[in-house]
Design a binder for this molecule. Sequence first.
Ligand code: NDP
Length: 516
Amino acid sequence: MAKRAKRRESTLVVLERNGEDAEHRTAVAVQDRRLKFGDDWSYAPAPESNSYIKLQSRYSHFINGKFVTPHSGKYFDSINPATEEKLAEIADGNARDVDRAVQSARRAYQTTWGKMSGRERGKYLYRIARLIQEKSRELAIIESMDGGKPIKESRDIDLPLVAAHFFYYAGWADKLSYAFPGRTPQPLGVAGQIIPWNFPLLMAAWKLAPALACGNTCVLKPAETTSITALRLAEIFQEAELPDGVVNIVTGAGETGRAIVEHSSVNKIAFTGSTEVGKRILKALTGTKKKLTLELGGKAANIIFEDAPIDQAVEGIISGIYFNQGHVCCAGSRLFVQEGVFPQVIRKLRDRISSLRVGDPLDKNTDIGAINSRMQLDKICELVDSGVRQGAQLIQPTLRLPKKGYWYPPSFFTGVTASHRIAQEEIFGPVLSVMTFRTPDEAIERANNTPYGLSAGVWTDKGSKIFKIVNKLRAGVVWANTYNKFDPTSPFGGYKESGFGREGGAHGLLPYLSLT
Ligand code: NDP
């Protein structure tokens, strides 16, 4: 690997943002040791070839086992956020398309899937899991092209987890009665599932695998900007000879999702996305018999104690906030550092972000890919500007970002107070808010001072401290001396405005069953 070491001191100001000159921003005065990384810590390009990827020019809805044109005849463009080039056209679904999909799912539930033994359902899920493994390279490349995430993440994290979810829930399909001893589990019927753009295929797997294992049929709506891999998954369902209508995929915007939520023949809604839309869905379903799970936003506290292994903790901070460009609901976006190690952590963090490589998502050396959409980039910029206006200090490495596409450098703020918007609102980008604390009780109080309650992290040498702290953190998932680790056997979900219900593990079966 040819590493170019141009000798130019790394500075902490933004010189360019998206190809345009941006004003210089305040840097934290850190007078101690400075590492010299050269100007970009760059490696020779190592692009993953996408020359063999054959995307269709148009993707239609997947209903009753076939690709069907949308009722409106309308399509919208799906673009590559790293190049702004059009990848394909995607069907724009309306209430008529949703109705067709729901009817197809209802038929499949009544005639095949709902009657099938768990053992048989499991066979289909194993077959799907194996096909995903076989095609994982291709799927990873499409995921990176459509969503902007680095190939090393889609290849090594997303796709292995997608297959693992299908394998894991395949195993449960014929063992549901063991999961709930003394009870009789029954499927609910038709599940409407609405997913976001940050982990398109993984969120589809989180939703589809448990629903199908439990004997439900599904109508899935992917996010507008990232529908392609879900439709490629539909081709895998065809190859696996999944009975027609068991999974239906309707693409479109928020209105398409709303039509699924409001359809009278849907028995269950599973939603992952923003708290704002989650609240609207909760309101729409109040008074109906539909079951609901909501996996919403987060503003996780990552707490570093003085006795933590600092180098490992810094790596945990990095993966906690910069993984997937920070488009992660459980991102460790509020960092709490115990005062005694604050200068050391800041120095190491500053050095570490200077070494992160931002650029082509298909390059195997890329750490931070493209921001998913123009809209999301604007939202990140708006919140960062609010942080600067409210008096926090912004720290960013010197980077020359590609001229085309949507990019944001890895950034962090110091001098943040609890009332700043950057400490309260989900930025959903590669931007960290750093705060300090003195005592464990103060750390707990400040960590819990948020409307969200999805996840948290604790870094300390002392096991007893871990147990004390994790029991007092109001978060669905707490990682200790690690961060952003996912496993299909492990439940995931939130408290407060982060939603309710659990996905993953045996817990993840419950939202798709009624127990008598
Ligand atoms: P949304 O909540 O708007 O989108 C999530 C999914 O819901 C998408 O498929 C979306 O369709 C669909 N949707 C939108 N409106 C409705 C509706 N009224 N009824 C039913 N479904 C609907 O999130 P955004 O994509 O707009 O992202 C906005 C913010 O949400 C982000 O900045 C981030 O803070 C947060 N977010 C959190 C996620 C998480 O995992 N917790 C995931 C994604 C976003 P469409 O894509 O076509 O709009």
